[in-house]
Design a binder for this molecule. Structure first.
Ligand SMILES: Cc1ncc(COP(=O)(O)O)c(C=O)c1O
Length: 376
């Protein structure tokens, strides 16, 4: 299992040298030096820069309101953040609204499409557990919910085709599954939905900031995500609504101070979190400065090494080969022993029935090596 030292150093250098900015990223996330943090699929640490801008905003709120208020004068900062998020997913800024969280966004879509009035909704068991709970509750209230089951942790497209019909209103899928990082074929799914007169909603919380997203090329109608994972911080989120579906297919079902706002902002209802907006302003600028392709290039060798080495240590992969996301998961036989080994080595991953490892820009091959050594 163990890589010869020379080869390991070369691999670490290759991983770290993808771009000069990424080579410096580790220093921007001090958390990475305190423990081996390989758990961004749960939460991304804040960068120094992001924390500093939030601190500056908080100081202004404490010491005198003017400069804090100025930041939000005429909604300029919000407009800037929406434009940066729109650029990240190749949407138009007027297709982006803020939302407190992914699941709030998904509920806005379900209510706006009036799914409870009849028809069916199709999803799969690689979707987020909280969303599946939502669909099961709605099923109890009469909604026809069709949940496609995975085969070996991959959704077989033919299984989806079998349950979609003329009465389908929505296909709801996570672009990247939080369970094993599996990346769904969104374009194919969207084509299937559209050919049956249905829409497609994607949960992008494990995708935005981690993998390339192009809502136009992928045929996405609605998208929601929070910012505290791959968007590098903030209990704050986004809802994308395709321009021609705003208030046509997707009615606003909750009303408030933002109801008369233009574009997807009309789904916001209330004043949004200013602190979240400040946080995202810095974090999105940071992500754009690195570039998603560079982030992928940096993380790919780390996940490839894990997929190669973990099975030999007794942790078979439940992430399909060739998965293009920064999340890799493994079956765990002895949960307690594994937990103790990781705790002793100060290695943080998600452990809950299976092990999920999710490196980001601040990780390097030495982190992966520490995980492998801890489990050896
Ligand atoms: C795929 C997925 N969707 C949704 C959520 C929860 O998102 P939120 O807290 O933004 O509703 C998570 C959290 O882990 C997730 O992994």
């Amino acid at each position: 299992m163990k890589m010869p030292r020379r080869q390991f150093v070369a691999a670490s250098a290759a991983a770290a040298a993808t771009t000069p900015a990424i080579a410096n990223a580790r220093a921007d996330f001090p958390w990475a030096s305190k423990e081996t943090y390989l758990n961004t699929a749960t939460e991304h640490p804040l960068s120094r820069q992001t924390a500093a801008s939030m601190q500056e905003y908080l100081n202004a709120l404490v010491n005198g309101p003017d400069s804090a208020r100025d930041k939000f004068e005429n909604g300029q900062l919000m407009t800037k953040v929406k434009a940066m998020f729109a650029k990240l997913i190749n949407a138009q800024p007027n297709e982006i609204g803020f939302t407190p969280s992914t699941q709030t966004g998904e509920n806005i879509v379900l209510e706006g499409l009036n799914v409870m009035a009849g028809g069916n909704v199709v999803t799969n068991d690689l979707h987020y557990g909280g969303s599946l709970l939502n669909y099961r509750e709605r099923r109890k209230q009469g909604l026809d919910v069709r949940i496609v089951e995975h085969k070996d942790y991959v959704m077989d497209f033919r299984d989806l085709e079998r349950v979609v019909d003329r009465k389908t209103k929505l296909i709801a899928i996570a672009i990247v599954s939080n369970i094993n990082g599996y990346v769904h074929e969104i374009r194919k799914i969207a084509d299937l939905a559209h050919s049956h007169g249905a829409y497609v909603y994607v949960d992008a919380i494990q995708a935005a900031g981690a993998v390339p997203i192009d809502v136009k090329a992928m045929g996405i109608d609605f998208l929601a995500c929070s910012a505290y994972k791959w968007l590098q911080g903030g209990r704050f989120g986004y809802l994308h609504v395709r321009e021609d579906l705003q208030e046509t297919a997707l009615k606003g079902k909750l009303f408030g101070g933002r109801t008369t706002a233009k574009g997807a902002s009309r789904y916001e209802i209330s004043t949004v979190s200013h602190l979240g907006c400040v946080c995202q302003s810095e974090a999105l600028a940071y992500i754009h400065s690195l570039g998603i392709d560079a982030v992928r290039a940096h993380v790919r060798p780390l996940t490839a090494r894990l997929l190669k080495e973990m099975p030999a240590l007794g942790y078979p992969s439940i992430t399909p080969k060739g998965t293009e996301s920064p999340i890799v998961s493994f079956a765990v036989k002895d949960q307690a022993a594994t937990k103790a080994k990781l705790k002793k080595a100060k290695v943080v991953v998600t452990l809950g029935g299976y092990m999920r490892v999710s490196p980001s820009v601040f990780n390097n091959m030495a982190d992966v090596e520490r995980l492998l050594e801890a489990l050896a």
